[in-house]
Each structure stands twice: as structure tokens, then as C-alpha cells.
Design a protein around this ligand. Structure first.
Ligand SMILES: C[S@@+](CC[C@H](N)C(=O)[O-])C[C@H]1O[C@@H](n2cnc3c(N)ncnc32)[C@H](O)[C@@H]1O
Length: 481
């Protein structure tokens, strides 16, 4: 007699043997362990050990992600720590750490990377780590409401190499053909991850919705392939295990471009066994799809996930589509003058002990002014993607007004160790108020009124910038904190 399965699992009955089906059933009722991924731009390799001691976390490394950790104990809200607010880690389910691990950085490379559907930026922050914040990362999303979250997460991560665009992903490949060494398509999907969590609730997906999603996924993947350079790598991923959104999408593109694309076997740094399906229902798929990763929830104690690494062997004929254009001047930017640049570099050096000049040179950034805001923008973006509209680019450096130059939290947070002067230490009792963005009462005669200081706690952790105003320390933490 056929046994009764939860309705959302019915479609999976024939894809697994009896033992696997039992394991799956058992796993989906287990609570999903919390996960976090550390930020190598800010956190040292020993940071997870220190957090274990400080916060009582029991951390276990994710087998396919060196910077990824799962919690073995229940510890409540992971976002309430200093380190989270300062961008030392990103809270992420372990399964979502899989796709970016499929990209391998060549030594000395300065890659150009496109994250086609990026918001809220979980995978973009991972890309930035994986590529050591080198080269250029274009993070795109068509949904303007979700762009604010993406921007906040990239700022918190401290990246200098990221540019955010707000465009329909389907067109990016025709607007920017063969421009990128790596392209991630973490596609919009039904979210049928089988194991429910706060973010993924279980629901039934109609065949009409599934079909609409599949058509969009195919169009987006075609665009991702167009945007990749010959020999470029494209990762396709979803947080759904429905074969229609996974293997079937790859199969459609393999049929369209049999000579130009190939599904690659998984790199050695991802030591997991989770092959893609060769058939589902009446559909047979291309045999190379076995190289994809179908992460069933019971395999590694994660939510369900799917990812495949595709190499673009050869050019794809791409119809020309005229790009949207916006000059920097129209977007409100003008290059800083030599005098302004000197003032910014000198203040950072003399007051904070920080050498911005060297960072501009090594990272290929130039300074631009938008009103009072000074932004360091990747020159590579300006030269290769001239006049392509963007939401934000590079890193905020500070504000310049007739009162002088004031550094930005984004810069000070990213390079906190190098901001070696103009420090103020607050007490442990003041910490919660400060992190809640409240001003503090302080007694110090160390700095003149109006000074902007680097605030640290008793453990010397960077906590943001503050401005001295009599007996008050004005809290300059940005509102996205
Ligand atoms: C699965 S989510 C991406 C999650 C993200 N990669 C992360 O790790 O944080 C899919 C995203 O695709 C975006 N999206 C949906 N349709 C799109 C389209 N046609 N072009 C670009 N982005 C699209 C959605 O707004 C959503 O943010």
C-alpha cells in the first residue's frame, strides 16, 4: 500500500528511494540550525572561536564553506551583537552558502562579477569575500523596494568593489554582453526548500505559477549566459527543489546552446555528494546535469537547495539592445578637485592616522562628490560601463562642507584597525544605548568641541563615529544599522 506523505512531498515520492524518503521526512520536521558566514574583510580567522566564548555559541563549520558556520545550540537572535551590527558576519542558512563556493578565484585575478538578482545581498556579500573585494562586483535587482536592504548589507560588509544597479535582469545580458568573468543567477523561485524555517514557509505551488517561474528562470539564465565572457563561469541556483525550476531550466538552456555551454563538475573545495536528477516524471534530462548539486535537506542538515556551475565555452549570438544611459553629472556626481582631494587625504592622515591615498591606488578607486557626500568609486566601473545607470558605487568616504571633512562610518568600519588616532572608549554600561543609536553623556577634555572621534568599547571593538558636543557624544551611526 502506498503510504501517505505530506502534500508538498507527493511530487518527490518517485525521486527518492524508501530509505532516502524516510530520511527526508525525518529531517523536515527538525528545526533548521541557524547559520552565519564571517566577513574576512573585518573578522579575523579566530573570530568564531572568540564568539563561542563570548556568546556561548557552539559553532560547527559548514563542510563546503570555509567561512560558514552552523550553530549546534539554540541561542536566540544572532543579530543583537556588536559584531553583527558592524558587519563581521552575515546570518545565512548553510545551504545558501553553496552557490558562491562554486566560483574559484585565480591568483592575482581582478575579476568582474555580475550578481543578476542580488537583493538582499546574502550571496553578493559572499561573492565579495570569495573574490577578496578585488575587481568589480555588479549587484543588480529589479525590485526597488529590495534595493535598500541590498545597499545596507553591502555597506555593512565594507566593500569597495561593489556597484548596485536596479534593472530587469532579462535585459542585462543584451545590454552588457560578454563583460563578466563570473555571473551568479540566484533565481527568483517558489522557495520550495521542503524544510520550513522562518524565511521559508511551506505552501503548495500551482502549475500555472510554476510554469511562469520556469519561463522567467529560463530568460534570466539566458541573460546571465549572454553577460558572461567566453570561458566565463555562470552559477545557476535556487532555493527550490522542484525539478521544473532546477534541472529542467538547465536542460532547456543546454538544448538551446549545446555547443556553447557545459555543466561542470563541482570543484574540489566543495566536498559534497548531491547529484542532479537525470529524469523526473516523463522528462529525461541531459546526462551532464548529474554534475549539478541537488542539496536534499537530509544530506547536510540544511534547507533544500540547488546549484550548478556552467562554463560558457564559446560566444553566444546576442541581439543588440541599446543600453540605458545616465551621465555622472546627471546622477549628481562631479570629480573632486585637487584641492578637495588634498584636504580629504590630509585630514584622514593627520587626524586619524589613516592613509587613504594608498587604498585609492591599490584598489583603483577615484573620489567623486555628490552634494556634500564623498564617494570612492571603482575606476573600472567608470571606464568599462560608462554611463550605465547605477544606484550606488564603491564606498562612502565622508562628507565635505565649509566646516571641513568628516569621515564616514563605512570607511572607518571597513578599515577600523587603520583608524589609529582620535579614539574614545565608552563604558560597558553605555554600550546598549550607543548601539541603539542614542547620544551619550560623556566627560572628556581630550578633544575640542565638534571633534569627530572613533568610538570603541572596553574590548577595543570599533563601534562607529561620534561627534563631541559639550558633555554629549552625538551618535553618528548610520540609520541602516
Ligand atoms: C532568491 S532572491 C535573491 C536572493 C539573493 N541572491 C540573496 O542571496 O540575498 C531573487 C531576487 O530576484 C529578484 N528578481 C525577480 N525578478 C527579477 C528580474 N526579472 N530581474 C532582476 N531581479 C529579479 C527579486 O527581487 C529577488 O530579490
Amino acid at each position: 500500500m502506498t503510504r501517505q506523505l505530506p502534500r508538498q512531498l507527493e511530487a518527490y515520492r518517485d525521486l527518492l528511494n524508501e530509505t532516502e524518503l524516510n530520511q527526508l521526512l525525518e529531517s523536515i520536521n527538525q528545526p533548521l540550525p541557524s547559520g552565519l558566514r564571517t566577513n574576512p574583510l573585518k573578522a579575523s580567522v579566530n573570530a568564531p572561536q572568540a564568539w563561542q566564548q563570548q556568546y556561548g555559541w557552539q559553532l560547527e563549520q559548514v563542510p563546503f564553506c570555509q567561512t560558514g558556520w552552523q550553530l549546534r545550540n539554540e541561542v536566540g537572535n544572532l543579530s543583537r551583537t556588536v559584531e553583527h551590527q558592524m558587519g563581521h558576519y552575515y546570518i545565512q542558512d548553510a545551504a545558501s552558502m553553496l552557490p558562491v563556493e562554486l566560483f574559484e578565484l585565480q591568483p592575482e585575478a581582478e575579476p568582474s562579477v555580475l550578481d543578476l538578482t542580488a537583493a538582499p545581498g546574502g550571496k553578493t556579500t559572499h561573492i565579495i569575500s570569495q573574490f577578496e573585494d578585488r575587481g568589480l562586483v555588479v549587484a543588480n535587482d529589479s525590485n526597488l523596494q529590495r534595493i535598500a536592504g541590498l545597499k545596507g548589507n553591502i555597506q555593512r560588509w565594507g566593500s569597495t568593489s561593489a556597484v548596485i544597479t536596479n534593472q530587469p535582469g532579462e535585459r542585462m545580458g543584451r545590454w552588457l554582453p560578454e563583460q563578466f568573468d563570473y555571473v551568479l543567477l540566484d533565481a527568483p523561485c517558489s522557495g520550495e526548500a521542503l524544510r520550513t524555517s522562518e524565511r521559508h514557509t511551506s505552501r503548495l505551488v500551482s502549475s500555472h505559477e510554476r510554469n511562469t517561474l520556469q519561463q522567467r528562470q529560463i530568460k534570466l539564465l539566458e541573460s546571465a549566459l549572454q553577460a558572461a565572457r567566453p570561458n566565463g563561469h555562470v552559477v545557476y541556483s535556487t532555493c527550490s527543489l522542484a525539478p521544473e525550476e532546477d534541472e529542467a531550466v538547465l536542460d532547456a538552456l543546454l538544448k538551446r546552446y549545446p555547443e556553447q555551454i557545459q555543466i561542470m563538475s563541482i570543484p574540489a573545495n566543495v566536498p559534497i555528494e548531491a547529484p542532479g536528477l537525470l529524469a523526473a516524471g516523463s522528462q529525461n534530462y541531459d546526462p551532464s546535469i548529474a554534475n549539478a548539486l541537488r542539496l536534499w535537506p537530509h544530506l547536510y542538515n540544511t534547507a533544500g537547495f540547488f546549484a550548478a556551475l556552467i562554463v560558457k565555452r564559446d560566444q553566444i549570438a546576442t541581439p543588440n539592445l541599446e543600453r540605458p544611459q545616465q551621465t555622472l553629472a546627471k546622477a549628481g556626481y562631479k570629480a573632486v578637485t585637487n584641492e578637495e582631494q588634498r584636504q580629504i587625504l590630509d585630514t584622514l592622515h593627520a587626524v586619524y592616522g589613516f592613509d587613504l591615498r594608498q587604498i585609492l591606488t591599490t584598489k583603483g578607486l577615484s573620489l567623486w562628490r555628490n552634494g556634500k557626500t564623498i564617494q570612492a568609486i571603482p575606476e573600472r566601473w567608470l571606464s568599462n560601463f560608462e554611463q550605465f545607470p547605477f544606484v550606488s558605487a564603491g564606498i562612502q568616504v565622508g562628507k565635505l562642507s565649509r566646516h571641513g571633512f568628516q569621515p564616514a562610518h563605512d570607511l572607518a568600519s571597513r578599515y577600523a584597525e587603520q583608524f589609529s588616532q582620535q579614539q574614545l572608549t565608552i563604558s560597558d554600561q553605555q554600550l546598549d544605548d550607543w548601539l541603539a543609536r542614542r547620544d551619550l553623556v560623556i566627560k572628556t577634555s581630550q578633544y575640542p568641541n565638534g571633534s569627530v572621534v572613533v568610538v570603541r568599547d572596553q574590548q577595543q571593538r570599533y563601534l562607529g563615529l561620534g561627534q563631541i558636543d559639550g558633555n554629549s557624544l552625538e551618535n553618528l551611526l548610520p540609520h541602516w544599522q
